[in-house]
Design a binder for this molecule. Structure first.
Ligand SMILES: [Mg+2]
Length: 184
């Protein structure tokens, strides 16, 4: 049994670091809880080029210093103990493979495969791997995967909270684990 797990916003809590970075850049003073959509360019009224430039400067630091989302480690370990093969499937650029592996190792997150796609399109990889389900916080990825026939648990976040979602939504990693062990 294979399970796909997104990284940023699902295992790594990068939202507040991103918001801090964009606040500094734009002079705004938003809180993570005020980010109601995934597209930060729209939230901050900046161009995609601006955003890319900013991330080139700051992404490595954000990746290296993001805390782990509460109870993710314990519950992912439990999933592995239950026989799940964990595949971390992320839109991060493959140039961050090494620091991503280092972070996962430091945080004690067990996994079999790490897939850095440099794209939000995760459907093909999920199908190729034949994951039984994917845990994801990006609502747009969630829509695409669900439409493509992948079972998705949406990990709750301010930027997906006000978007319609017919599938399972979990607010904590304990809920994620219970949902998987009860229903699948
Ligand atoms: Mg994410």
């Amino acid at each position: 049994m294979k399970i796909g797990i997104d990284l940023d916003g699902t295992i790594a809590d990068n939202l507040n670091l991103l918001v801090d970075t964009l606040n500094t850049h734009s002079g705004k003073k938003l809180l993570g809880d005020e980010i109601y959509q995934y597209n930060l360019c729209k939230v901050y009224s900046i161009t995609e080029d601006d955003f890319i430039n900013l991330m080139e400067q700051r992404e490595e630091e954000i990746i290296s210093t993001s805390p782990v989302i509460p109870y993710a480690r314990r519950n992912i370990k439990q999933l592995v103990n239950d026989g799940w093969e964990v595949h971390i499937i992320t839109a991060r650029n493959p140039r961050y493979a090494e620091i991503t592996e280092k972070w996962l190792h430091q945080q004690g997150i067990p996994y079999r495969g790490l897939h850095l796609l440099n794209s939000h399109d995760k459907l093909d990889v999920c199908k190729e791997l034949k994951v039984r389900l994917m845990i994801e916080d990006n609502i747009h990825n969630g829509y695409q995967l669900a439409t493509g026939g992948i079972d998705v648990i949406l990990y709750d976040a301010p930027h997906n909270r006000f978007w319609p979602w017919k599938g399972t939504r979990c607010r904590t990693w304990n809920q994620v684990y219970n949902s998987i062990s009860n229903q699948r």
